[in-house]
Design a protein around this ligand. Structure first.
Ligand code: UD1
Length: 336
């Protein structure tokens, strides 16, 4: 299949490009590199021995997307492009609605104009808000407390409306839990700009000596060790999930599916596993809770197993070992 991958140079996008190429698909990346680096696509080519076609552009430019869909005779779209910093979204909500929501409207219009009706969308477990029960299944009510989360819910709602109006579309909404780790080659991985917001990239930078210590945001949650519990999922498993979602979409649908392991690990579990994988100490202090954080979040992954024939295979030790390989081999990410 010829597949347009928006945001394909990014963290999850680049890992998904590898799986798509390995499965024999032709990949066209549409990316403006606002939070990614073209070097990632060169590394994808090194890993797979195949190259991706690249269109440098902004998803808010509908004409350019339409042109790319036509030029490369695309049959499906995997839509990763979007902004994802929760804190920034609170400060700059319009930037998030413009990039994420308006950008998706432009993409969908371009798909409509070219008759491309198969879409895999990057949603997030953030759409569940503060869990009312655990594990989270896809029936859990949706809510958001920041513009980033709301932009994901708005896009999901928009896609459900589109499907109601045009029931011949094939749409998968993949709700990611906490993606971590890196490709086993150590060639691609997460390359955050500035101080990492997310846990594992921060821990990685402490282990490699770029930062002195980890601040653990809260040690008094109602969890086994008092620190936050999350469903960390290896980015290569997540990438496989996209391939499976594309392969299983034989019939028209608009289906939301969790991509998680179903297992919750605490922040301290991650610190210990990372120390073991890296052989380096990860000093930490327990600090105040981060506003907006929840105590625990983990998936009920049964729907992905039954509908996508997908389950996560890699565990926390693999996630830490692969993250460490990427971090230690590329201490400055793709910029080196
Ligand atoms: C965050 C986002 C979420 C987004 C997801 C994408 C917030 C509030 N939520 O989820 O919307 O979908 O990333 O990957 O930003 N932690 C520390 N010290 C740190 C960093 C994190 O203790 O320096 C803790 C957090 O308090 C939390 C856990 O580690 O308990 C995971 O945090 P993080 O990696 O930021 O992910 P989420 O907050 O789950």
């Amino acid at each position: 299949m010829n597949i347009l991958v928006t945001g394909g140079a990014g963290y999850i996008g680049s890992h998904t490009c590898v799986e798509l190429l390995n499965a024999g698909h032709r990949v066209v990346v549409f990316d403006n590199f606002c939070n990614s680096h073209p070097e990632s696509l060169k590394r994808v080519a090194t890993i797979t021995g195949k190259s991706v076609d690249l269109v440098e552009g902004d998803i808010r430019n509908g004409h350019q997307i339409e042109q790319a869909l036509r030029d490369f005779k695309c049959e499906a779209v995997i839509h990763f492009a979007g902004l994802k910093a929760v804190g920034e979204s609170v400060q700059l909500p319009l930037k998030y609605y413009d990039n994420n929501v308006v950008g998706t409207v432009r993409l969908l219009e371009a798909m409509q104009a070219t008759g491309v009706k198969t879409l895999v969308f990057s949603s997030s477990a953030t759409v569940y808000g503060d869990p009312q029960y655990l594990p989270l299944n896809e029936e859990h009510p949706l809510s958001a407390s920041n513009a980033y989360g709301r932009s994901k819910i708005m896009i999901e709602d928009m896609l459900r409306d589109l499907f109601r109006a045009q029931p011949d579309w094939k749409i998968s909404l993949l709700r990611y839990f906490n993606p971590v780790g890196a490709h086993a080659s150590g060639l691609i991985g997460e390359d955050p700009d500035g101080i990492p917001n997310n846990l594992m990239p921060f821990v990685a930078q402490v282990a490699v000596g770029k930062r002195d210590q980890l601040n653990i945001w809260g040690g008094d949650y109602a969890t086994p060790d008092g620190t936050g519990v999350r469903d960390f999922i290896h980015v290569v498993d997540l990438a496989h999930g996209h391939l499976k979602a594309l392969e299983q979409m034989q019939q028209a649908q608009c289906l939301a599916v969790n991509l998680g392991t179903g297992i919750g690990y605490s922040v301290l579990d991650v610190v210990k596993a990372y120390e073991k994988a890296s052989g380096k100490p990860v000093p930490y202090v327990i600090a105040a809770r981060r506003p907006g954080d929840i105590a625990s979040c983990y998936a009920e992954p049964a729907l992905a197993a039954s509908r996508l024939n997908w389950t996560a295979k890699l565990g926390l030790d693999d996630m830490c070992a692969d993250s460490w390989r990427w971090q230690s081999q590329n201490p400055n990410g793709f910029k080196a």
